[in-house]
Design a protein around this ligand. Structure first.
Ligand code: NI
Length: 136
C-alpha cells in the first residue's frame, strides 16, 4: 500500500531577483518588486510530502519525527531569517525564485532522506502563488 505523509513547515527569508548582466531597468521590468536592490522578505510555507509503502510491522510510512528533524536541519536552520542571495551558498549564482528555492529544498531533503521514499516539495511564496517539485 503506497501512501503519502505530509509535513508542513514555515520560514521567512529575504531575497532579490536579478541578473547582474542586466540593467536595473531590465531587472525591474522582468522581476518587478522582487528586484528591489535593497531586498525584501517573504513568508514561505512549505509542505514536504514523502511517498512509499506502509511498514507492516509498525504501520508507519516514516516516523514523522525523523521528517521533522530533516526539515529543521536542511530547511529551517539553513534558510529561516536569512538573506537567500547573500547567506545561502546555492543562490550565490542562482536566482532565488520560488521555483529554484523548491528545487534546492528538494535536493537537500532528498539527500538526507532514506532513498526508498519519493519526495514532493510544495512551496508557497505567497498565499496564492506556489510551486510543486517532484525531482523530475
Ligand atoms: Ni520576492
Amino acid at each position: 500500500m503506497r501512501i503519502t505523509a505530509n509535513r508542513k513547515a514555515h520560514f521567512n527569508a529575504a531575497h532579490r531577483l536579478y541578473r547582474a548582466d542586466w540593467s536595473d531597468e531590465k531587472n525591474s521590468e522582468i522581476f518587478g518588486k522582487c528586484s528591489n536592490p535593497n531586498f525584501h522578505g517573504h513568508n514561505y510555507d512549505l509542505i514536504v510530502g514523502v511517498t512509499g509503502e506502509i511498514d507492516p510491522e509498525t504501520g508507519y510510512l516514516i516516523d514523522l519525527k525523523i521528517l521533522k528533524d530533516i526539515i529543521k536541519v536542511e530547511v529551517e536552520d539553513y534558510m529561516d531569517h536569512k538573506n537567500l542571495n547573500l547567506e545561502v551558498p546555492e543562490f550565490k549564482n542562482l536566482n532565488p525564485t520560488v521555483e529554484n528555492i523548491a528545487v534546492i529544498i528538494y535536493n537537500r531533503v532528498k539527500a538526507a532522506l532514506d532513498n526508498r521514499f519519493e519526495l514532493t516539495i510544495t512551496l508557497y511564496e505567497t498565499p496564492r502563488n506556489y510551486v510543486i517539485y517532484k525531482g523530475e
